[in-house]
Ligand binder design. Structure first.
Ligand code: ADP
Length: 490
């Protein structure tokens, strides 16, 4: 495989910028693509080249594989980095890239396909000695079959879509009388979201923790894991706060889970950066849940504790080079925490609040990293995920990482949209967080944290100060913005 010179980033927002930063450090040319809603977005201005790919809805732009491949050919891109979401886990897109002689920075289409089907993935894992949550081996064919399976497994159970993702196509069933209705609901949700209504049933684990392992593998059969991240704090089955390492971990469990993660990666012939997700019950039994065959949103906390750049590793593997690291050479340094800042109102159950963000001043300082898509005020579009930024902090230990996060969140200034800043701050300051009492029901179990709001004074005062015309005009231009002027014609 030849050296990659010119990388098209088939994504938007903070992850497009994050990938481009590494490309620039490695001396590679960056090509952005953008929808009409993102005409003046930061990723467009930061890239060496930028091309429009269609109207705002993702289906007409960031999911338009043909159009993106056209841009790749036109711009001379020899590789495509899909980021996360959008086309990143579409096996057919990886295949198309391959057919057109463009390197897909990610695993093979076959690895993506098998891990994208939760039923097939469970079977593969069982065949390789990776424990899975007890459940049906195949999609359920009839209600009678579902009833028998649920009785054998024991309620509560989870009706889950084989093609599920992003928390969609999943229904908890507490008693037999709800079974038929909830299976239908999961089925129709899965059918409309993924075009695949196959449902299987698995045991619903009470109060589990979500712990995932980062793996890296090359095409020569070398693989390592980069330890774990705990992602138990979720709303709507979607992560919002993560940390690395996990505080319940012992060396023995880490060893067992790390080895299971490596077996999972090897079983599907994995190459690149991937994440093996597990649920851990209160007795510290762990069960494979799924493998995400792409870069994960929360990858920066792994970068903090290992000192590695995961995007650089992905590019290295995509070029056919061997990993330059061995398991014994990687150790955990300190502790890292991530808080995702979404334009969402936690006090109203995390409803999205997109719109014009009139002020955006991220925190800086020792041990603080902010991955954001904004260099100042800007629009949080209604068309996409409303994430504004990921704040990550590093400390010698969990307490220091937490103190830094509290300081960073207090320093962060955003106006114009409601955000998850106050929620994340309330969590960081809570006893439950500080004592490490986490489960996937954390958000539901601590409703008071959703209501805690900071005194309005500082935010309002800062907004007034920074929204004054002269200050807005003095906002620094992002690097590369001069080149944007020459690109307007696209
Ligand atoms: P998706 O692919 O939609 O993200 P996952 O299978 O990764 O779905 O599950 C997302 C979340 O749903 C998990 O992090 C966990 O909180 C919850 N979950 C999934 N399976 C189970 C289970 N068997 N028991 C309890 N909670 C579960």
């Amino acid at each position: 495989m030849p050296k990659i010179n010119n990388i098209l980033i088939a994504n938007r927002g903070e992850i497009a910028l994050r990938i481009m930063r590494t490309c620039k450090e490695l001396g590679r040319v960056t090509v952005a693509v953008f929808s009409e809603a993102d005409r003046s977005a930061a990723h467009v201005r930061y890239a060496d080249q930028a091309y429009p790919i269609g109207p705002a809805p993702a289906a007409d732009s960031y999911l338009n594989a043909e159009r993106i491949l056209q841009v790749a050919r036109k711009s001379g891109a020899d590789a495509i980095h899909p980021g996360y979401g959008f086309l990143s886990e579409q096996a057919s897109f990886a295949e198309l890239c391959h057919q057109q002689g463009i390197t897909f920075i990610g695993p093979s289409a076959d690895s993506i396909r098998i891990m994208g089907d939760k039923i097939a993935a469970r079977k593969l894992m069982q065949g390789h000695g990776v424990p899975v949550v007890p459940g049906t081996p195949d999609a359920i064919g009839s209600l009678a079959e579902a009833r028998d399976a649920a009785r054998a497994i024991g309620y509560p159970v989870l009706a889950k879509a084989a093609a599920g993702g992003g928390g969609k196509g999943m229904r908890k069933v507490d008693t037999e009388k709800d079974l038929s209705q909830f299976i239908s609901l999961a089925q129709s949700e899965a059918q409309s979201a993924f075009g695949d209504g196959r449902i299987f049933i698995e045991k619903y684990l009470e109060e589990p923790r979500h712990i995932e392992f980062q793996v890296l593998a090359d095409v020569h059969g070398h693989q390592v894991h980069l330890f774990e991240r705990e992602c138990s704090i979720q709303r709507r089955h979607q992560k919002i706060i993560e940390e690395a390492p996990a505080c319940l971990m012992t060396p023995e469990i880490r060893e067992a889970m790390g080895q299971a993660a490596l077996r999972a990666a090897a079983a599907c012939g994995y190459a690149g950066a991937g994440t093996v997700e597990f649920l851990v019950d209160r007795h510290r039994n762990f069960y494979f849940m799924e493998m995400n065959t792409r870069l994960q949103v929360e990858h920066p906390i792994t970068e903090w504790i290992t000192g590695l750049d995961l995007v650089a590793q992905q590019i290295r593997v995509a070029e056919g080079q061997s990993l330059a690291i061995v398991q014994d050479g990687i150790s955990i340094r300190g502790h890292a925490v991530e808080c995702r800042i979404y334009a969402e109102d936690a006090a109203s159950g995390f409803v999205p609040d997109p719109g014009y963000m009139s002020l955006h001043l991220p925190p800086v300082g020792v041990g603080v990293r902010v991955d954001s898509a904004y260099w100042g005020p800007g629009e949080v579009p209604i068309h996409y995920d409303p994430m504004i930024a990921k704040v990550t902090t590093w400390g010698q230990d969990r307490a220091q990482a937490t103190r830094r996060m509290i300081r960073a969140l207090k320093d962060y200034r955003i106006a114009g949209v409601k955000t998850t800043l106050p929620y994340c701050l309330a969590v960081m300051e809570s006893d439950a967080w500080q004592s490490g009492q986490l489960t996937t029901h954390f958000v539901r179990d601590h409703p008071n944290l959703m209501q805690l709001q900071r005194p309005a004074r500082s935010a309002a005062a800062m907004a007034a100060l920074y929204s004054r015309k002269d200050n807005v005009r003095s906002q620094p231009e992002p690097p590369g913005s001069d080149r944007w002027l020459t690109r307007r014609q696209y």
